[in-house]
Design a protein around this ligand. Structure first.
Ligand code: COA
Length: 399
C-alpha cells in the first residue's frame, strides 16, 4: 500500500509588494533581490489575516471537494506554524471550525521553525498506515516577518499549504526512508515577547547547508536512493536563490556531474510561485512542490522527487516521493495562478501601514476593518479572543 499526498492547495494574502519598490528604500539595486535572492514580489498580510485565515483558505477547496463521508474520514488535523497566535490553543482548532469538520477529530499544532510541516507530514503518514481508511489534513501556515529596514525584510512573505494525506494518494506517494539531522544552532528564533524573528542571516545559510549535508549522508546510510535516481529536487525556500545554492551544494557532496543546465532543470519549476510569494516558512517547500507539479511541461508520472526540509534551530530532513500516474487531473494549477494574478499591488507606504501588527493586549473590544478579499478574515480581537468569520469570497468559492 502506498501512502502520500492525495490533494494539495495553497493560499496567500491578496496583496503584494513589488520588490522594485523596496530596493530604493534600502539603497540597493533591484537586481540584488531579483538575481541575488531570486525574489520578485512578496505577499503582504492584511491586518485582518493571520495563520488561521490563511490555513482555512488553503484547506477550503480540499474540503469542498469531499462528500460527507470524505469529510468524516478526516480524523486528524495537524497544523504546522512558527508564527502561531496563541501559546496554548492550537490555531488548527479555529480552522477545524471554519471548515466545518467533524467533531470526531483530533487537532494539534506543531512547531520547529520552517521544518514543522514535514514532521506533520511524517506523523500523518504513520497515522494513515495504522488506519488506511482515515485521512489526515496537514496544513502549514506562516507569516514571515523581519524588522523593517533589516536585511531579512526583502525575504518576507506569507502563505499556507493544505495537504490531504491518504492511502493510495493521487499526487505523490512518499517513500519510507528519511535522512535526518538535528543540531542546536541559534541562527533564527523568535522569543515570546517579539513579533519579528531574530536572525543571523549568514549563519542561517551555513546551518542550512550543514543540515543538508547531514540529512543527505543519513539518507544514504539508511539505504535511500542515489542522487542519480532522483529526477527533481524541492528544497525549503526562504528565498528562491537558497534552493539553487542548496542544489549546487548537494550535487557537489553527492559527487554528481556539475552540468549547469541539468542542475537548473532539476529545480527551476519548483521556484516559480515562491518568487512571487516570498517566504512562507513551513509552507514554502510544499508551495515549491505545487510549483513543480503545476508548471512541469513533461508528464512527471513515475518521477522521483527529492525533498529537503529545513527549520532553523535546527532540524533538517531529506526524503523522497514518487509522482503518481494521472496526477495532472487533480492539480489546482489554474486556481493557484488566479490567486497570484488577482492580488492587489500595494505601494511601499501602504505596505508599511498594513504590515504593522494588530496586537492589542488590553482585553478590550477591537473591531478590525475588512481589508482582505480572501475567504476568511479576523473581524475582531475582543476579551482577549480572536474572532474569525467567513467572507463572501468563501461562498463564491463554493458556488
Ligand atoms: N546584483 C545581483 N546580485 C547582487 C547584487 C546586485 N546588484 N547585490 C548583491 N547581490 C547578491 C550577493 O552577491 C548575494 O549573493 P551570493 O550569496 O550568491 O553571493 C545576494 O545578492 C545577497 O546579498 P547579501 O549582501 O549577502 O545580502 P544581505 O546580507 O543583505 O542578506 C540574507 C541576505 C539572506 C542573509 C538576508 O536576506 C536574511 O537574513 N534573510 C533571512 C534569513 C534567511 O532567509 N536565511 C536562509 C536560511 S533559513
Amino acid at each position: 500500500m502506498q501512502l502520500g499526498i492525495d490533494d494539495l492547495a495553497f493560499a496567500t494574502a491578496d496583496r503584494y509588494l513589488d520588490l522594485a519598490n523596496l530596493a530604493p528604500v534600502h539603497g540597493v539595486e533591484v537586481a540584488k533581490y531579483t538575481v541575488g535572492l531570486g525574489q520578485d514580489r512578496m505577499s503582504v498580510c492584511a491586518p485582518d489575516e493571520d495563520v488561521v485565515t490563511l490555513a482555512a483558505a488553503a484547506a477550503l477547496p480540499l474540503v469542498e471537494d469531499l462528500d460527507e463521508d470524505g469529510i468524516a474520514s478526516i480524523r486528524t488535523v495537524l497544523l504546522a506554524t512558527e508564527s502561531g497566535i496563541d501559546q496554548s490553543k492550537s490555531a488548527g482548532v479555529y480552522v477545524h471550525r471554519l471548515l466545518g469538520l467533524s467533531p470526531a477529530a483530533r487537532v494539534v499544532e506543531l512547531k520547529q521553525a520552517c521544518y514543522a510541516g514535514t514532521s506533520a507530514l511524517q506523523m500523518a503518514l504513520a497515522l494513515v498506515a495504522r488506519n488506511p481508511e482515515q485521512k489526515v489534513l496537514v496544513i502549514c501556515s506562516d507569516v514571515a516577518r523581519y524588522d523593517v529596514g533589516s536585511s531579512g525584510e526583502p525575504t518576507q512573505g506569507c502563505g499556507a499549504v493544505a495537504m490531504l494525506v491518504t492511502a493510495d494518494p493521487r499526487l505523490v506517494a512518499i517513500e519510507p526512508l528519511s535522512g535526518l539531522h538535528t543540531s542546536d544552532v541559534m541562527d533564527f528564533w523568535r522569543p515570546n515577547y517579539r513579533t519579528t524573528a531574530v536572525v543571523d542571516g549568514r549563519l542561517s545559510i551555513r546551518a542550512y547547508t550543514d543540515s543538508l549535508t547531514g540529512a543527505w549522508q543519513d539518507l544514504q546510510a539508511q539505504g535511500g536512493p542515489a542522487f542519480g535516481d532522483i529526477d527533481a529536487f524541492v528544497y525549503h525556500q526562504p528565498f528562491t536563490k537558497m534552493a539553487t545554492k542548496a542544489h549546487a551544494h548537494l550535487t557537489r557532496i553527492a559527487g554528481a556531474p556539475r552540468d549547469a543546465e541539468v542542475m537548473e532543470a532539476q529545480v527551476a519549476d519548483t521556484l516559480r510561485y515562491n518568487r512571487e510569494i516570498g517566504n512562507s516558512y513551513t509552507a514554502s517547500m510544499y508551495i515549491g512542490l505545487a510549483s513543480l507539479l503545476d508548471h512541469a511541461t513533461e508528464d512527471l508520472a513515475g518521477s522521483r522527487i527529492g525533498f529537503f526540509s529545513y527549520g532553523s534551530g535546527a532540524v533538517g530532513e531529506m526524503f523522497t516521493g514518487v509522482v503518481q500516474p494521472g496526477y495532472r487531473a487533480h492539480l489546482r494549477a489554474a486556481a493557484h495562478r488566479r490567486l497570484l494574478d488577482e492580488r492587489v499591488e500595494v505601494t511601499h507606504p501602504e505596505y508599511l501601514e498594513i504590515v504593522a501588527p494588530v496586537n492589542p493586549v488590553d482585553g478590550g473590544d477591537h473591531t478590525i476593518a475588512p481589508v482582505t478579499r480572501n475567504p476568511f478574515r479576523m473581524s475582531a480581537i475582543t476579551g482577549h479572543q480572536r474572532v474569525y468569520e467567513r467572507t463572501a469570497a468563501a461562498d463564491a468559492a463554493v458556488a
